[in-house]
Design a binder for this molecule. Structure first.
Ligand SMILES: Cc1cc2nc3c(=O)[nH]c(=O)nc-3n(C[C@H](O)[C@H](O)[C@H](O)COP(=O)(O)OP(=O)(O)OC[C@H]3O[C@@H](n4cnc5c(N)ncnc54)[C@H](O)[C@@H]3O)c2cc1C
Length: 235
């Protein structure tokens, strides 16, 4: 593999002992469309990661979960500022912003928020428009919502952005004081659809992350005529 692109770690933010936001500067230009992913080559293994940054930012940003028993993520986790990683030269994927629908219902589990962050940043950067964004974000614990502050800031500024984070373990000590929504994110989808009057004709639904969440959303909405876009992180 001679055509890999080298990228240097310029920032890393450990959110928890398993969640990392990492920013890279590539040594060659790397173009992509919001929603796409990069393929990292780590110790000879290829692993895909959705890009959280928007194309205009210059840096590539990722939100990565360490799978303790995984082969690649423990190695990635150990990368320090100044270390390099290798990427395949082309971004891939067709999990892209679908401007045909005025309502954008975005459903994510933990790191599955990454492509939506890219879409949102890019949408705002390019002058925004009249689309309405409903972002449902699920996690076990409240400290796993990587981009909560950013999205909440945006939703205060733009009335067309609604953010609903939900924790699936409300009784856990670690979620003490949580005053937001609770329950698995797939279980609040229908409630959200009713509350915001999201009809199949005017709504595209995106689901990204945990395969079980995606399967359940598909079962709930598939036969109701919604256009569903899926990005499954593992089988
Ligand atoms: C298109 C695409 C985009 C992706 N984007 C991201 C991203 O933005 N952030 C991210 O963290 N991951 C993302 N992934 C998953 C990523 O590619 C790896 O599969 C993951 O990081 C595990 O790699 P590993 O080598 O450590 O584990 P492996 O040794 O490959 O896997 C061990 C097993 O762990 C399970 N597993 C994999 N990922 C998880 C997980 N997150 N939680 C629990 N179990 C898991 C699987 O069952 C897998 O068989 C994406 C995958 C795809 C296909």
């Amino acid at each position: 593999m001679t055509d890999l692109i080298r990228a240097t770690v310029v920032e890393r933010i450990e959110l928890t002992d398993r969640l990392l936001i990492i920013k890279l500067r590539t040594q060659k230009e790397f173009s992509f469309v919001p929603g796409q992913y990069c393929t990292f080559v780590i110790g000879g293994m290829e692993r895909d990661y959705s890009i959280a940054s928007a194309p205009h930012e210059g840096l590539l940003e990722f939100f990565i979960e360490k799978v303790p028993e995984g082969k690649a993520t423990p190695q990635l986790w150990d990368k320090k500022i100044g270390d390099t990683v290798e990427l395949k030269p082309n971004a891939q994927g067709s999990f892209l912003f679908d401007s045909a629908y005025p309502n954008q219902l975005m459903i994510a589990t933990v790191t599955g928020i990454a492509p939506f962050i890219s879409m949102l940043r890019s949408y705002i950067h390019t002058g925004a428009g009249s689309h309405r964004f409903y972002i449902l974000h699920g996690a076990s614990y409240h400290n796993e919502f990587g981009y909560k502050d950013e999205i909440e800031r945006l939703s205060k500024k733009y009335t067309n952005i609604v953010y609903i984070p939900t924790v699936s373990r409300p009784q856990d000590e670690k979620n003490k004081g949580w005053q937001g929504e609770f329950g698995r994110v797939n279980l609040i989808v229908e409630k959200c659809i009713e509350r915001f009057l999201l009809e199949p004709a005017n709504t595209v639904v995106y689901a990204c992350g945990h395969p079980e969440m995606i399967r359940d959303v598909r079962e709930r909405l598939g036969n109701r005529g919604y256009k569903l876009r899926e990005e499954k992180y593992w089988e």
